[in-house]
Design a protein around this ligand. Structure first.
Ligand code: ATP
Ligand code: MG
Length: 278
């Protein structure tokens, strides 16, 4: 459904996206994880036609994406990293504006339905500039859904939002997943990717370094982790395919400061990028 072929983007001499190939199938829930500056937003901007690639192409349902392809834009909903809401309008007016842009029929019903879905019905007359961060994010999601898109692309939908707000957004995304929508999301929150995504792609310095299901990624590294202080009192990690092997290894560690536990997606990320997500 989304096909990215040999995609590169340079800003002057700096390569932000370096020869990416990726196919996201219909109904897949794909998470793109990567540290700051990895090239996530740049890739998303190219997929959504906001930025022209230096090389390579993006195909949506087999047709080439470009900024004028109205047909493709009609089946896509986009939640950008930074707000695309008009602060001078009310919640309701923002959605009317979006509905008119997409020529949505019967839009009043659609808006009522969406406001209910994102739990903003009670705030529909509030000025958008006065919403909390979590509410504004939910409104952005409602706006992205106004044309009932098959493909929804979200760039860090929950960044800076408290855990209650984040869970509300997770519920919304889970519902979209249950409706078999194709979802592509970037996130810094590993637990978010682990909770929601059927497939995870790790990107660093513009390159895809891993691409698989969360389960496979953990298994490839080793399902069990020994985390311990090494001789220089730095935290070290060793990965094993069985708990027994992990326990055997830990028995030989001199310091008492160690744990044996199941490997997490965060370990996978840390192992491949050698730094934590910030
Ligand atoms: N218009 C631009 N001009 C020059 N450099 C740019 C431009 N847009 C992005 N970059 C650079 O490209 C790199 C990738 O940026 P991008 O926004 O795609 O990263 P990201 O993975 O989304 O990071 P974050 O997690 O911080 O949102 C960064 O080094 C950024 O500074
Ligand atoms: Mg970004």
């Amino acid at each position: 459904m989304i096909e990215i072929k040999d995609l590169s983007k340079k800003f002057n001499n700096f390569t932000a996206v370096n020869n990416i190939d990726l196919v996201i199938k219909s109904g897949e829930f794909m998470g793109v994880l990567g540290p700051n500056g990895a090239g996530k937003t740049t890739t998303i901007k190219i997929i959504t036609g906001l930025l022209k690639p230096t090389a390579g192409n993006v195909y949506i349902n087999g047709s080439l994406m470009n900024r004028n392809n109205k047909e493709i834009k009609g089946i896509m909903g986009i939640v950008p990293q930074y707000s695309n809401l008009d602060k001078e309008l009310t919640v309701y007016e923002n959605l009317v504006f979006a509905a008119k842009l997409f020529r949505v029929e019967n839009y009043r019903n659609k808006i009522d339905e969406l406001l209910d879905f994102v739990e903003l019905s009670d705030f529909k007359d509030r000025m958008t500039g006065n919403l909390s961060g979590g509410m504004a994010r939910r409104l952005t999601i409602a706006k992205a859904l106004i044309n009932d898109p098959d493909i929804i692309i979200l760039d860090e939908p929950t960044v800076g939002i408290d855990i209650n707000g984040r869970r509300k957004i997770w519920d919304i995304l889970k519902y979209l997943k249950s409706r078999n929508k194709t979802v592509l999301l970037t996130t810094h929150y590993i637990e978010e990717a682990e909770y929601l995504c059927s497939r995870v792609c790790l990107i660093d310095k513009g390159v895809i370094i891993q691409d698989s299901t969360p389960e496979n990624l953990k298994e490839q590294l080793g399902a069990y982790t020994v985390e311990y202080f090494d001789a220089e009192l730095k935290t070290a990690y060793k990965f094993f395919d069985s708990k027994q092997k992990a326990l055997d290894y830990s028995a030989g560690i001199k310091s008492s400061n160690y744990t044996v536990r199941e490997t997490t997606l965060e370990d996978v990320f840390y192992n491949y990028t050698n730094r934590k997500v910030v």
